[in-house]
Design a protein around this ligand. Sequence first.
Ligand SMILES: *Cc1c(COP(=O)(O)O)cnc(C)c1O
Length: 497
Amino acid sequence: MEVLYSSTRNGEKKVTASQAILQGLSEDGGLFVPDHIPALECSMKELAGKTYQEIAYQVMKLFLTDFTEEELKNCIDRAYDSKFDTEVIAPLVEAEGTYYLELFHGATIAFKDMALSILPHLMITSAKKNHVDNEIVILTATSGDTGKAALAGFAGVEGTKIIVFYPKNGVSPIQEKQMVTQKGDNTFVVGIHGNFDDAQTGVKQLFNDRELAQQMADAGLQFSSANSINIGRLVPQVVYYVYAYAKLLDEGKIADGEPINVVVPTGNFGNILAAYYAKNMGVPINRLICASNENKVLYDFFVSGKYDRNREFMLTSSPSMDILISSNLERLIYRIAGNDAGKNAEFMAALSRDGSYQITEEMKEKLDDFYGNYASEEETAQRIKSMYENTGYVLDTHTAVASAVYQKYTADTGDQTKTVIASTASPFKFTRSVMNAIDPKYNEMSDFELVDELSKIANVEVPGAIEEIRTAPVLHDNVCDKAEMKAVVKRFLGIHA
Ligand SMILES: *Cc1c(COP(=O)(O)O)cnc(C)c1O
């Protein structure tokens, strides 16, 4: 059955999956949502034993119904290949009786690779299907992780160019090094004098600049977005929850039909929403446990039904979850409002006007699938240390937030359901925080000494992504002021008008 997509803020206009991917965000500011969530066609028993790529096809074909089998399989094969350092793509590791789904074996060792390795292929396929001959120019502002994952995904992909702006003094040294050493003739990386908000605002202005759009069209170019609200990033994330269940079943860890819990360290709400979609497709998932760091907007929301971003922004050791507006939550709000775009649009208007909104009791009842909690900086560090001491397994800071929240959940509820924790980054990406949590004595070492020490104590090889940047030459040394962003983009694109 065909799945069409409409905006969370206006249900009238329907587009195909490929159109939604090309467009990214709807003109009214809403997010594209499927008109229904398709049910899996194969039983879990049939999926058990299948490869990641095979399961990816079984899941994605149900959402991306205007892609042919050949197109979709081609995208999948190009994405989930030797860029990943393990053939299984997303290994499940058992520790303390819980299963850690390692989503960090891709090019940039964080879970964003799971979707950003396939998005470029979905996008050029979508362009072809819709007879768009223009070259696609991906324009992104990043606070660190997304930029590198998008660069790695789009580098060398024919028919695309990618431009990434990052705050020159606002990312970690490892993150900056990862970006400025990026290879590929179609990649451009620019540091700006300003913070992440400046970069983001500048990028939004460029997207809305009509004069620039016309000049680009004349040169055979058009902008698109690799932002996490693109449906082309959400759908590939549903896959690994189906895969995890099938794998547990295949290994005899669970019985057919036995429910599992899923814990997700959450920022923009994309990853946990994918788990919710998997549940709605028929994967036997019991509770969806939403883990926050000290920016606990979502925890407060699940407790009170009030979403309130009016609070202090906390900088934590899990920076990819430092977020006060979880964009993808809008897709859940739309759903619990009974797929009512008008009602959802009112909540979102209140959010931008007052910074808050309160859902109704009736809507709140539909959130029973979710449990929210958070971990403080202290609890997160403690969790890294105790896990290491109990098992020798080293968690990154984001995964440690999830693990700490899971402990609170079992203490709160006594629920013994088998549980999968989404492990969203390699500890090698946040080496200093991780090593300091294990022992403060490590604070004296340099970044790369810490990398080698972590490799030794965890008995894990240094990932290629880190090994590469140790000696890689800097290929991008562009820095500009906020006001110069447009000129810089035009220069990169060879637009002289
Ligand atoms: C982006 C990110 C998250 C948050 O994921 P959302 O889909 O935004 O909720 C968690 N951990 C890591 C390491 C990330 O990069």
